[in-house]
Design a protein around this ligand. Structure first.
Ligand SMILES: [Zn+2]
Ligand SMILES: [Zn+2]
Length: 158
């Protein structure tokens, strides 16, 4: 029984063409994905070009290399992290600033040296520094008898 060589060659050609197109599609897909990914991570043209070139030239090993070298955070993640860090910093600074004049004060200041606003109080029982917002001394439980926050400069002891 003779083998139809012509038919076999056609089938092989078709299979070859199919795989060729398939590989090309995967390759283009990887390059496009890399381009998108790197642009979400960096605005630098050099980084973008280098990453795309890596995948363009080396394909799968290139993308492995890209995974190792790409910026860890996306720009969005970086922005959010910076935002939360800033908020945290502001929170700390707010606690250490006079609520009336925003002058920097130390944790144990009882009055703002700039505008004379009362910042903290000293417990009359145990003489430790406590917040004006608390009704009792957190150290000894004695009731807070000091004036309310936002006291005027007239409260400054002579
Ligand atoms: Zn002040
Ligand atoms: Zn006390």
């Amino acid at each position: 029984m003779p083998i139809d060589l012509g038919g076999l060659a056609t089938v092989l050609q078709l299979v070859g063409a199919f795989f060729g197109v398939y590989l090309l599609a995967v390759w283009i897909g990887l390059v496009v994905w890399t381009l998108r990914d790197v642009r979400s991570r960096s605005r630098e043209l050099f980084t973008t070009l280098l990453s795309v070139a890596m995948v363009l030239l080396f394909n799968l090993p290139g993308i492995l290399l890209y995974f190792l070298l790409r910026p860890r955070e996306t720009l969005e993640e970086k922005y959010e992290r910076e935002l939360s860090e800033e908020a945290l910093l502001q929170d700390i600074e707010e606690k250490r600033a006079c609520p009336a004049c925003q002058q920097k004060v130390q944790d144990d200041f009882l009055f703002c040296p700039n505008c004379h606003t009362r910042l903290k109080r000293r417990c009359e029982n145990c003489h430790r520094i406590t917040s004006l917002r608390w009704n009792i001394c957190p150290f000894c439980g004695a009731p807070n008898t000091s004036p309310t926050p936002g006291a005027s400069p007239t409260d400054v002891p002579k």
